[in-house]
Structure formats: structure tokens, C-alpha cells
Design a protein around this ligand. Structure first.
Ligand code: DER
Length: 253
């Protein structure tokens, strides 16, 4: 159907443009689009030493079922950056900020994305919006179970109308558990401002006037006690990975 062929076309194009067959370490995200990415890599890859870093249980299954070799994120040699990481997204804005976590794998996805020299987001046309939270209504947040009531209250205080614990009734009664055995809270907010919007005076973006800018909200949520990670990916258009590398090198020296 149209959406599946759009996912496949995006995956093939992404691998064609950003997968180098001499790569040694490649990050693999979670969800359904990534399956097409792995299929395209399988057709292209030649280096038998290449290792694939999963972003959760499902991601590892996709790697293994394609006959590729996984390596756990915490088994990577400390000085190794991944050549590239591919992943999906739930929504992407014009600054390439992403909402991620629809598949509840956002924590390991962010670890892997920030460890890569290049992060390639593979998303069909539905995800492409001018501002985050236009089509996808909520921010997925990974939270320690005991702190859920606290976090829900704090999210309402900073402007989320109806934050909710993600529960499944079809596959399991009760809250969904992540690969870290944490819970997911989905927090609705009005569409997020970009840094350009704030510069253009469209709002303060710090919650004080009811508007939030992407990075400011991400930090405000991350600071809430009990939050492990936030499904807002920003600055991965080259800056954050660079920043991480600089930090690492300063630590080493
Ligand atoms: O959870 C995530 O961020 C995933 O990447 C996911 O939401 C994208 O899933 P899809 O490729 O099945 O749309």
C-alpha cells in the first residue's frame, strides 16, 4: 500500500546515500521502517566484520533475522563512534527535530543516535510536519514506575493537558514495560516552537506564556525526577554528536 511503499522507498534512498559498505559499526533503530533499512543494507553490505548496534529487543531481532551480526551498545570499545545510525521517527520538523518513542524504544535509540558520527532518520511523508506535535499529539517519556504519579503532576504543572501512562489492553493488561523495565508516559502539548520561531518573537518558548520551544521543553521534562529519557531528538543534524565527541576527547585528555 502507499505508506509501506513510501517507507521502503525512503529506506532504500537513505541506505543508498548514507550507508558506506566499508563501515564497521552501524546503529539500527526500532519500529517498522527500519526493517526496510536492514533489508537494503543486507543487499549492499560487503564487510564481514561489520557489526550492528540494536536499540532494543525488537531491533536486535530484526538484525539477527536478517543474518547480520549484532553487538550490544555496552560492548562497544569506548573510543568507537558508530559510522552511522539509522532510525525511524514519529514526527520530524523543518529543523530535523524528531518526536520518537511511538515504539517505546526511545532511550536506547537516543543512546545509539548520539554515539553515531551521522544520524539518519528514515520517515515517510506522514511524519514530515512543519512543527512537532502537529500530527503526533504527545511526547513519549520513559519513567521509573514508582515516580509516575509525581511525573504526571509535574507535567500538568508545566502545561501538558492530559499526560497518560501508556497501557496496553490487547497484548497485556496494565502498563506497557520498556526494555529497561520502565513505563512510558505520553504527554500532550501544543505544537512546539522551533528556535527560529522564538527568535522571530512567536513566543518565549519557556512555558511561561503557554508556548514551548523544542529544546527548552526537552530539558524541562528531562529534569523531572524519575524521568529516564524524553522522546524529543534535537541537534542530531550534526551538532550534538559533534558536541559529544568534543566532550569525550576532553575527558580523555
Ligand atoms: O519509537 C520510535 O521512535 C520508532 O522509531 C518508531 O516510532 C518509528 O516507527 P515506524 O517506522 O514503525 O513508523
Amino acid at each position: 500500500d502507499a505508506i509501506e511503499s513510501a517507507k521502503k522507498a525512503a529506506a532504500i534512498q537513505a541506505v543508498k546515500e548514507h550507508f558506506d559498505p566499508t563501515a564497521t559499526h552501524v546503529g539500527i533503530g526500532s519500529g517498522t521502517t527500519i526493517v526496510y533499512v536492514v533489508e537494503a543494507i543486507k543487499d549492499a553490505s560487503t564487510n564481514p566484520q561489520i557489526r550492528f548496534v540494536p536499540t532494543g529487543y525488537q531491533s536486535r531481532q530484526v538484525i539477527v533475522q536478517a543474518g547480520l551480526t549484532p553487538i550490544a551498545f555496552d560492548s562497544l570499545p569506548p573510543d568507537v563512534m558508530l559510522d552511522v545510525a539509522f532510525d525511524g521517527a514519529d514526527e520530524v520538523d523543518e529543523e530535523l527535530n524528531c518526536i520518537k518513542g511511538g515504539g517505546a524504544c526511545l532511550f536506547q535509540e537516543k543512546l545509539v543516535a548520539e554515539r553515531a558520527k551521522k544520524f539518519v532518520c528514515v520517515a515517510d511523508y506522514r511524519k514530515n510536519q512543519s512543527r512537532l506535535l502537529t500530527f503526533w499529539p504527545t511526547i513519549p517519556i520513559e519513567v521509573a514506575p514508582i515516580s509516575v504519579p509525581n511525573v504526571l503532576t509535574s507535567l500538568r504543572t508545566i502545561g501538558s493537558t492530559k499526560p497518560e501512562l501508556r497501557t496496553t489492553l490487547l497484548m497485556k493488561s496494565g502498563p506497557l514495560k520498556t526494555d529497561q523495565d520502565f513505563f512510558i508516559v505520553d504527554a500532550p502539548f501544543p505544537p512546539l516552537l522551533t528556535t527560529a520561531d522564538v527568535a522571530a518573537g512567536k513566543g518565549k518558548g519557556d512555558g511561561s506564556d503557554g508556548t514551548w520551544e523544542v529544546n527548552k521543553l526537552s530539558r524541562a521534562i528531562k529534569e523531572l525526577t524519575g524521568v529516564l529519557e524524553v522522546g524529543i531528538f534535537s541537534g542530531l543534524n550534526g551538532n550534538e554528536a559533534e558536541a559529544l565527541r568534543v566532550k569525550e576527547s576532553s575527558v580523555r585528555t
